[in-house]
Design a protein around this ligand. Sequence first.
Ligand SMILES: Nc1nc2c(ncn2[C@@H]2O[C@H](COP(=O)(O)OP(=O)(O)OP(=O)(O)O)[C@@H](O)[C@H]2O)c(=O)[nH]1
Ligand SMILES: [Mg+2]
Length: 458
Amino acid sequence: MVLENLGRNLDNAIRKLRRLPRVDKDAINALIQDLQRALLSADVKVELVFEMTENIKKEAMNTKLQKAKRKDFVISLIHDELVRVLGGKQAPIRIKPGKKNVILLVGIQGSGKTTTIGKLAKFYNSKGYKVATITTDTYRPGAYEQLVQLTKQIPVKCYGNPNEKNALKIAVKETKKALADGHDIILADTAGRHKEEKELMTEMQKIENVLKPNETILVIDGTLGQQAYPQAEEFGKATNLGSIIVTKLDGTAKGGGALSACAATNVPIRFIGVGEKIDAFEEFEATSFVGTLLGIPNLEALIQRVQEAEVVPDPETVKRMMHGKFTLEDLYHQIKNIKKVGKMREILAMMGGGNIPDALKDDAERNIEKWRVVLDSMTQEEKNEPKIIKKTRKRRIAIGSGTEYAVINKMLDQYNQMKKMMKRFLQARKKGKGMPGMPGMGKGAAAFMDKLSKNFKF
Ligand SMILES: Nc1nc2c(ncn2[C@@H]2O[C@H](COP(=O)(O)OP(=O)(O)OP(=O)(O)O)[C@@H](O)[C@H]2O)c(=O)[nH]1
Ligand SMILES: [Mg+2]
């Protein structure tokens, strides 16, 4: 596995957390230390490590989730933070099948450009493109022969002219030939060595100008670790960099540094090289990369569980509700959110105590989708002031939404009960009465309301 040590260390830290009976302050502090150690030994920049772990710590300490969900939540925080520093989601290279597509590889000597041309050729060839490679490297002895040998095994055609000393001329002529031969992706290799660096950069710019590639890709050696940053920056200034390929991530302990440094330049990492062989190559996608790294096979499910558990009433709605401005839409969203967590009964019980009959609770749960249809057939005025919904309006809504009267009636019933309860709650608060004294409100409900009112300061 790429970044094997980092993966193992992160995995150990997560296992340790999972084994603990609960996630408290000490557990979070211990986790943060483990993460810092793991990231620093993968050569991630110190400042970045502290920023990442500070973010994780802050969120982890703040969570109001129930105990059972906290571990998942903290793990998803680690995941999200790693994805963020690795560049997040990115779009693929824009390639138009059957048209002229040119991909230009640049990078310093020995970074792995020529090897990567072979890997890319195999990658696109297997996707059904008519791939050709060209080399414009007039500096490295035997550069043309190296690429010929490499591409022979795929097989894809290699263009070049070992007798021509002008890289620009080769670029123009050979690309033309390759296109005329019916190829639709041309992978162009460039020189990495030159008499001096400035000349190398100038030549690259000129080639870029004449070839007008779909994308210029920087090939960077992963063993550089965080030193990849200044290099990527320099190339970014000289060329119109579209993406980065980080090579030699197999067997380097510094991969974390190289990947995070490249991502910090805001140029996406598209592929990684993980060995000398032609198929030691992977598409890079931060989310799945981090999933593998953390050893969490079913990351999607984990994230979903946490997201669902995070559903809380939106503060604006609660504020309006507490001022007696409670609409049918509010009721709908409240019940919809609660349903998502699968705890409708619990929360309704908490909010309404014994006030809401069981039959009604079940009904709300079963009919929530119908409620949406009903709501869509109502005017804004009706949603805000449901008491104006009398016989005629009801008939119109029933016809418009294709729903029975019973559904509309029950929805309005539910609304009225909720509204009454809010009103009593507000009156009790105004009179300075304590919650437990409120008729029809259970202990849990009182505590819940109290917490809401404190959180939202109404
Ligand atoms: N382990 C490992 N080695 C790699 C990887 N990619 C390239 N290499 C090796 O790195 C060395 C240099 O690779 P080249 O492809 O020749 O590099 P280059 O950028 O074309 O070099 P110049 O043409 O001299 O500028 C070779 O020995 C490759 O086998 C990789 O992902 N992993
Ligand atoms: Mg080369």
